[in-house]
Structures are given as C-alpha cells and as structure tokens.
Design a binder for this molecule. Sequence first.
Ligand SMILES: [Zn+2]
Length: 101
Amino acid sequence: MRDDASLRERIFNRDGNRCVYCAGLFPPEQLSLDHVQPRARGGDNSPGNLVTACLACNTRKGHQPAWAWLAELPGERANFLRYGTAVWTRLRRAVEEAAKS
Ligand SMILES: [Zn+2]
C-alpha cells in the first residue's frame, strides 16, 4: 500500500490544502489523509477513497466511514460534497443516502 509522502502531497495538492470536512485551509503539517471508506472496512489507498482532512476533523471522525460520521453533521456533509469532488461517485452517493435515512 502506498501511504507515503508523495501520495499525501498529491492528495493535499489536489484538494488545495483544504480540509473537506470543515473547509478550512491548513499548512501540510496540520493535514492528514483520510480514508472515506476506512481501511478496516475494505477501503484502499486509491485517490477516489482519499480526502484531505485537518487533524482535528480526522480525530473526530476516528475510524467511522465518512457517511456514518456525516449523517448527523449537515455542515460538514455539505462541505464534503462541495470540496470532495474527486471522491468516487458511489462513496459520495453513500454520504448523500445516509443523510436521508
Ligand atoms: Zn477539518
């Protein structure tokens, strides 16, 4: 699995150093790679499963899938759908669907 500096840099650049959950802009040392679908739940290191998240948001999200964590957080969910445009469609759809149930 590639979880190296170049992958981090690539995803941070793609997302413009913006946390997709709180929409804040951060220096790279305050950012982390977040798996939309956690690795423990079968998610991998594909760019379509990775987003830029600040350390605070990543800590709050923990090991939950993004759709479970965002279901009760309309503000963060809206940010994710606005800024997480490189996320796979099926994962974006899971976030939208979880909010309705
Ligand atoms: Zn954040």
